[in-house]
Design a protein around this ligand. Structure first.
Ligand SMILES: O=C(NCCO)c1cc(-c2ccc(F)cc2)cc(O)c1O
Ligand SMILES: [Mg+2]
Length: 214
């Protein structure tokens, strides 16, 4: 029977990465997706920008919206301080099954909590069900038309504090025009665009970093 792209990505990790070495997992996925078949990981070019923002924020609590195969989850978690927690939300159960195995291969299960379901349903449950106060960093990488409604929802649920950082992937390609307009025009956010390229291609894309001002 035919394998799926996420299954083939997991295979590349299991063949080429070293168990317990997160950076080798990241490298194995990038090499596979650059040389064998494209996949919607944030990739190495935008990944370096992600790394720099994570290192600068040094977050104790991280929320990732959109796990896919766990590439960015592993990339972020590998940079977190010892007791920091990363919660990642994934709607697609097939992606979740693969991502959990990628986290295990990287040896990061204790830092990462993957929750399956729709972000719009799960965000209002964050405080009560997952014991979260506020998030220091949010990485938006899920359905692009959910970036804005979920940002408003996080505000309403009191999940953002003065200084919380939102980092959004794909603001150019595929694009999140309503989100971009909102964070760039709202007096409650200080936004900055990091120009880059769509993963594994020469197409323009970028990350938008927006600091919530409270
Ligand atoms: O939909 C995306 N993510 C949420 C899914 O769970 C996504 C899509 C693309 C992309 C796809 C098709 C194309 F032609 C160009 C870009 C890229 C990404 O980085 C993404 O995150
Ligand atoms: Mg993306």
């Amino acid at each position: 029977t035919q394998s799926t792209r996420p299954q083939r990505i997991l295979g590349a990790v299991q063949r080429n990465a070293t168990r317990g070495d997160p950076r080798s997992v990241v490298r194995a996925i990038d090499q596979y997706c650059r040389n064998q078949e494209w996949a919607m990981n944030v990739g190495d070019e935008k990944g370096c920008i992600l790394d720099s923002v994570v290192s600068e924020v040094n977050p104790a609590t991280v929320l990732e919206l959109g796990t896919y195969c766990g590439y960015s989850t592993v990339r972020i978690a590998s940079l977190l301080p010892p007791h920091a927690k990363l919660i990642t939300l994934e709607f697609n159960p097939e992606f979740a099954v693969i991502a959990r195995q990628v986290f295990a291969w990287a040896g990061l299960e204790d830092k990462i909590q993957l929750v399956e379901g729709a972000s719009g349903d799960l965000i209002p449950k964050m405080k009560e069900q997952f014991g979260v106060e506020t998030f220091d960093l949010v990485f938006l990488d899920h359905w692009k038309d959910r970036y804005l409604p979920d940002t408003k929802l996080m505000e309403e649920c009191g999940l953002l504090r003065k200084g919380s950082v939102l980092l959004a992937d794909n603001v150019i390609c595929p694009g999140a025009p309503e989100y971009l307009e909102f964070v760039r025009s709202s007096p409650r956010y200080e936004s900055q665009y990091f120009k880059s390229h769509l993963e594994y291609t020469k197409v323009e894309d970028g990350l938008e970093k927006s600091v919530f001002l409270g």
